[in-house]
Design a protein around this ligand. Structure first.
Ligand code: FES
Ligand code: FE2
Length: 446
């Protein structure tokens, strides 16, 4: 796909086709586009790094980063690559240390990233090396939103709040306690990581709004592995309600349900008395704390580009890292619980989460099978000339006073298409001003 900048811009307008609501398959299989994404998507956008409860080695795009807390308690995010010859400074997944010492030649860095130790500084460098110029490379901007840590390499990127915009409303539903306590969640039991042969966007668009693929999960529904163990309601059955898809600025997307009436409490988590009482308590507390917005029950979504999540049970974060080429992704998943929930509840929900999603979970396996086969079946010469179709719900977006974003009720594919529209804006633009100009040219959201 070698092409000039102008041809690329023209091609992107064709590949993400607003008239037909169609998207070329190249964006899932082409290696040059994959490389360009590293520069124009992952080096520019706000990416999720981890949770403040972790001392942690993470990733931003393909690159390894270290999340540290310095002696003043301030959180930093650094590129995990020694400034001398690029050795990975920290090779552990998590832990504690007063200093990072590079295993290659022994340069050492303090928790605030500064270069504090250089072997043979006097004898070999003649004390001439300017240590203050060779600290670890730090991200350009960082944000802590209700315990979730985000960063971008781009100092010209909009602020975190500006970039997320309406998406913050839905992120609250993920990060707040089930009883509506602001930011009352914690990461429970580490991070699951796995590699899968598909493009990262296939998973992102699924979580972005694919309420249409329930046929894929029929076997899971039949065996009844829900958190109630098949008894009582499923967590997703919520009385008189209507499902919605919400598409927001900057390619952020959400699915959920809007309750239409005041539904009385229906017992859930009935396998455990403690959990069932806790769920009932949270139900009423959430109503008190959230007021009218308690009627909005987010189910899942995707904060552009690759932070996808489920915010009811199983409550999980999935970061969809690009995995080194167009057809490989590395998924990382965090499981969240209410920090103040009883231990029995935390364990019960964690077990359910493991059965249901993640690499060993039944639904994730269904989904991965779809994405993996679709990736292979889209790569051939003939196959790659056919577009994908995103026409469901086309021209049926509306505003709703209680729901941020543009809404399609029941099901639609405007979320997914909107995600690709923003993707194309970023891929075609040299800077953020150009992104905004492109968006204005087509009158905002698709
Ligand atoms: S590569 Fe780190 S000290 Fe040389
Ligand atoms: Fe699924």
């Amino acid at each position: 796909m070698a092409m000039s900048d102008v041809t690329l811009k023209q091609a992107l307008d064709r590949w993400v086709d607003h008239e037909r609501r169609a998207v070329t398959r190249s964006i899932f299989v082409d290696e040059e586009l994959y490389q360009l994404e590293q520069e124009r998507i992952f080096a520019r956008c706000w990416l999720f790094v981890g949770h403040e409860s972790q001392d942690f080695v993470s990733r931003m795009g393909e690159e390894s980063v270290i999340m540290t807390r310095d002696r003043q308690g301030e959180i930093h995010v650094f590129l995990n690559s020694c400034m001398h010859r690029g050795m990975k400074v920290c090779r552990y997944d998590e832990g504690n240390t007063p200093v990072f010492t590079c295993p290659y030649h022994g340069w050492s860095y303090a928790l605030n990233g500064s270069l504090v130790g250089v072997p043979y500084f006097k004898e070999a460098y003649h004390s001439e090396l300017k240590k203050d110029e060779w600290g670890l490379r730090e991200v350009a901007q960082m944000a802590n939103y209700k315990g979730s840590i985000w960063a971008t390499w781009d100092k010209t990127a909009p602020s975190f709040e500006e970039f997320m915009g309406d998406m913050l409303f839905y992120l609250d539903d993920l990060l707040d306690g089930r009883d509506g306590t602001p930011g009352g969640s914690e990461v429970y039991s580490g991070v699951q990581k796995w590699i899968t042969p598909t493009n990262w966007k296939s998973a992102a668009e699924n979580r972005a709004g694919d309420g249409y693929h329930n046929v894929s999960h029929r076997s899971v529904d039949l065996v009844g592995i829900g958190p109630s163990g098949g008894k009582g309601r499923r967590d997703t059955e919520i009385g008189q309600s209507v499902m919605f898809n919400s598409l927001m600025e900057n390619g952020h997307t959400m699915m959920g349900a809007l309750q239409l009436d005041d539904v009385p409490w229906t017992p859930s988590l009935q396998n455990s008395k403690v959990a069932s009482e806790w769920a009932e308590h949270c139900y009423y507390e959430r109503k008190k704390n959230y007021g009218d917005r308690a009627r909005v029950l987010g189910s899942g979504g995707n904060a552009f580009p690759n932070f996808s999540f489920w915010c009811r049970q199983p409550r999980r974060i999935f970061v969809l890292h690009p995995g080194g080429d167009a057809m490989t992704s590395e998924f990382w998943s965090w499981f969240l619980v209410d920090a103040n929930a009883p231990q029995e509840v935390k364990d019960l929900l964690r077990h359910y989460s493991l059965r249901y999603s993640g690499p060993a979970g039944m639904t994730e396996q269904d989904d991965m099978e779809n994405w993996n086969y679709a990736a292979k079946a889209s790569k051939g010469v003939i196959a790659s000339r056919q577009p994908y179709n995103y026409q469901m719900g086309m021209h049926h977006m509306e505003d709703h006073p209680d729901l941020p974003g543009k809404i399609v009720f029941r099901m639609g594919e405007q979320n997914q298409f909107g995600m690709y529209a923003f993707w194309a804006d970023l891929m075609a633009s040299d800077d953020w001003d150009e992104v905004m100009t492109r968006r204005q040219r087509r009158g905002g959201l698709p």
